[in-house]
Ligand binder design. Structure first.
Ligand code: G16
Length: 557
């Protein structure tokens, strides 16, 4: 690194001194904390995104959001050139850079990393970094910090894409690097045209039930509500009412609203009541990367039937299996010369009943730790990989070779069997590959896929709910002195530290038939999370409480 670059870095970094005593970690989905302590971290993440772009000679992204967290928090994460999360290999450097005590240490770290990674700094090179932020009030000043971080690397160019959902920014980075059109209006155009295409391919005889076309969506008072208001204008076949859309006086971001609240508390969000009984409802989270559905069931309260990520995954898996079996009907594998691998990825939070159901459908189910960065990676090993966290974060990945095969099949079949069921199945999968956001879980694209499949199946919401019945479950948060004192293994199902805690959990679990419980430190909040399931709600609550008590005891000892 030349002297001029060093002094630019030194000068700009000294304008963003880190707050004393604040130690941040890249966590499940980037750095998150109270927005007031984040300027230095966001500035430094700007530097990191520029380095990643220089290293890969591709476009990267910086998203400023704390997603489901409270409005006073904010966060920052990097979008890798693939459109996915930052490569895990760079996370230790991200941690070191963000926690450097002063500008001098920061410059030393950047020089050492640049040499190790052989990153070429040159005036002629140009690194492109797309910037996005959600609707949090702190987004503006943090965006400025990110820009200054990017601008302190010679040759790096920041493009402010404005207020976006997190998945929109991931999609834009992925598309740019494929050399495709990637504006926000291109995103809406792709979603609405592939949605229409799926509807046009619905078999005429499908409508066993009369589909309720009205859908009411809780926008978590975040960016998703506002974007959905826009998207719905191009969807003639669906009537969407958006509530908690973030408009003035509608309420506070993620406060008693949003997918995280609905899924964890299992109650309806604010703004929903007895008049909505019988209506299909959905909820997005604060930055619209999670989606759950629900139905109100009690006249006097806000009790709901929840349709979580596991059930969305099941719906997607059934639809894809159906299309694959149509495609393969008259052609055995040998003739095809191509065996399509289909896999499903879940985490320990997946309800045991969902895993049983998926396995009974003959699907291969694998598990990873929490965090879409892990699920996404696993799903990419299949021709079609479907991943979902129970909290509603997930998507579908279709391999390039399988998509190419579909394109070929589409062309072959178009000439010999236009309009045949096989041809239509290939077209459906092609439309699905365009509708679903393959960069990351996306509540808007997921919602349209659910709605299209729903109409295809001709299902009532009751049929979907009755696919299987969840085992009662309970989630709790425990505040401890140092959540990192808990270390887990086996996709977070076993605690290996502190010693003795797993045995304590085992002895509590053994008291309940079909009991299952695990604990893990959150990567987005300063808490330890506890999950328990059992055959009754009382048993699940009681198991969660006793495990939480054990955690509290072990972590203060
Ligand atoms: C993020 C991650 C998700 C994860 C969630 C909760 O979601 O992207 O994969 O499930 O945090 O993580 P933890 O339990 O570690 O706090 P979001 O929607 O907040 O970006």
């Amino acid at each position: 690194m030349d002297q001029e670059q060093q002094s630019i870095l030194l000068e700009s970094a000294s304008r963003f001194p880190p707050q004393k005593g604040v130690k941040l970690s890249y966590g499940t989905a980037g750095f998150r904390a109270d927005a007031s302590v984040l300027s230095a971290a966001v500035f430094r993440v700007g530097i990191l995104a520029a380095l990643r772009s220089l290293k890969t000679q591709s476009v990267t992204g910086v998203m400023i959001t704390a997603s489901h967290n409270q409005v006073s928090d904010n966060g920052v994460k990097i979008v890798d050139p693939s459109g996915g999360m930052l490569t895990q290999e760079w996370e230790p450097f991200a941690d070191a850079l963000v926690n450097a005590v002063d500008a001098e240490e920061l410059v030393r770290l950047v020089i050492a990393f640049q040499e190790k990674e052989k990153i070429a700094f040159a005036r002629t090179q140009s690194a492109g970094i797309l910037l996005g932020r959600d609707t949090r009030p702190s987004g503006d000043f943090l965006l400025e910090a990110a820009k200054q971080g990017i601008n302190s690397i010679v040759g790096a160019v920041a493009s402010d894409m404005g207020i976006l959902t997190t998945p929109q920014l991931h999609w834009m980075v992925q598309m740019r690097n494929k050399g495709k059109m990637a504006s926000e209006s291109d995103y809406y155009e792709q979603l609405s045209s592939s949605f229409r295409c799926l509807l046009d391919l619905i078999p005429k005889e499908a409508t066993t039930y009369k589909i309720e076309k009205n859908l009411v969506v809780d926008g978590a008072n975040g960016v998703g509500g506002e974007k959905l208001e826009f998207l719905k204008k191009s969807l003639n076949d669906l009537v969407i009412e958006v509530r908690n859309s973030g408009k003035k006086d509608e309420g506070i971001l993620n406060d008693g609203v949003g997918a995280d609240f609905v899924q964890k508390e299992k109650v309806a969000p604010r703004g929903f009541g007895p008049d909505d009984i019988g209506t299909r409802c959905a909820s997005l989270d604060g930055d619209a990367d999670r989606l759950v559905y629900f139905c109100l069931k009690s006249k006097n309260g806000n009790e709901i039937d929840l349709i979580d990520g596991d059930k969305i995954l099941s719906l997607f898996a059934l639809f894809i299996k159906e299309q694959l079996s149509i495609l393969n009907k008259e052609e055995n594998e040998e003739k095809n010369g191509y065996h399509v691998t289909l896999g499903v990825v879940q985490t320990a939070y997946a309800n045991g009943a969902s895993t049983d159901y998926l396995k009974k459908q003959g699907l291969e189910v694998v598990f990873t730790p929490t965090g879409v960065k892990y699920l996404h990676e696993k799903a990419s090993h299949y021709d079609i990989g479907i991943y979902f966290e129970a909290n509603g974060h997930g998507t579908i990945l279709l391999s390039e070779s399988f998509t190419n095969l579909l394109e070929v099949k589409n062309n072959e079949l178009a000439s010999i069997a236009k309009g045949s069921e096989q041809h239509r199945a290939a077209l459906r999968l092609l439309a699905l590959s365009k509708l679903i956001n393959q960069a990351v879980g996306d509540a808007l694209s997921g919602l349209l896929l659910v709605e299209a499949i729903f109409q295809h199946m001709g299902w009532s919401i009751q049929v979907w709910m009755d696919l299987y019945h969840d085992l009662p479950s309970k989630q709790l948060k425990v505040k401890v002195a140092d959540r990192k004192s808990i270390v887990t293994a086996n996709a977070e199902t076993v605690v290996i530290r502190p010693s003795g805690l797993q045995e304590a959990i085992n002895s509590e679990t053994a008291k309940f038939p079909r009991g299952r419980a695990f604990v893990r430190p959150s990567g987005t909040e300063d808490v330890v999370r506890v999950y328990a399931e059992a055959t009754t709600q009382e048993a699940a609550d009681s198991l969660a409480n006793s495990v939480a008590q054990r955690v509290a005891n072990f972590c203060t000892a």
